[in-house]
Design a protein around this ligand. Structure first.
Ligand SMILES: [Zn+2]
Length: 71
């Protein structure tokens, strides 16, 4: 079954962030560049479950995860 990964942050240092999905135990390593920044586009795609909103372009993901928002 496919799912949206729900990552839990395990550790973070100057090289990057290590996270593990609570559902499938996938390990995600997000590397930081020399200025300590991460690639936000990649990060957002992997963390879509965390940033899904009840309205707008991520609404269908929100509904899948949390059900229809109560109005
Ligand atoms: Zn997962």
């Amino acid at each position: 079954m496919t799912h949206y990964h729900q990552y839990q942050r395990i550790s973070e240092n100057k090289d990057g962030i290590v996270e593990i999905c609570k559902i499938c135990n996938k390990r995600l390593v997000t590397r930081k560049d020399k200025d300590g920044r991460i690639d936000n586009q990649v990060y957002a795609r992997e963390h879509i479950a965390d940033i899904a909103q009840p309205t707008g372009p991520t609404a269908h993901i929100f509904v899948k995860l949390y059900g229809k928002p109560k109005v």
